[in-house]
Design a protein around this ligand. Structure first.
Ligand code: MN
Length: 132
């Protein structure tokens, strides 16, 4: 048993996020027999991910602010603190803060059979796709 190392708050790369988003890793696999990844992600006002999908799906539990999640069919779901958004394996989507306030969520996912495909990143989200 041990207390996990504190890797610090890491800024997400601009290829994958527009605006400032910071991630604190909460849990990560210790070896190939484990897959669980949990991270706290903080989005500055207006920040959003690029389009992406997860090989084994993802849960996002919102802890602060209002979160917005969108899919290719144009649907946008507003998620409040205490609610958990689920996105199934392989579904393209984005996550965003509102324009005026910070948003924080806990992301929970499993590593893919090919670790490079746990999350597959695509193009950035346009303002029109965000409905802004
Ligand atoms: Mn996602």
């Amino acid at each position: 048993m041990n207390i996990e190392p504190n890797l610090g708050s890491m800024k997400n790369p601009p290829e994958q996020f527009a605006g400032d988003a910071w991630v604190d890793l909460i849990a990560a696999p210790h070896g190939p027999e484990q897959r669980t990844v949990v991270a706290k992600v903080r989005f500055a006002p207006g920040a959003r991910t690029a389009w992406h999908s997860h090989a084994r799906g993802q849960y996002c539990h919102v802890t602060e602010g209002i979160a917005y999640f969108g899919t290719r069919d144009g649907e946008i779901i507003e998620v409040h603190p205490g609610q958990t958004l689920y996105t199934p394996p392989g579904e393209d989507h984005w996550h965003a803060a509102g324009e005026k306030n910070f948003m924080e969520h806990i992301a929970i996912l499993e590593g893919g059979d090919n670790p490079d495909e746990t999350t597959v990143w695509k193009e950035h989200v346009t303002d029109a796709e965000l409905g802004r």
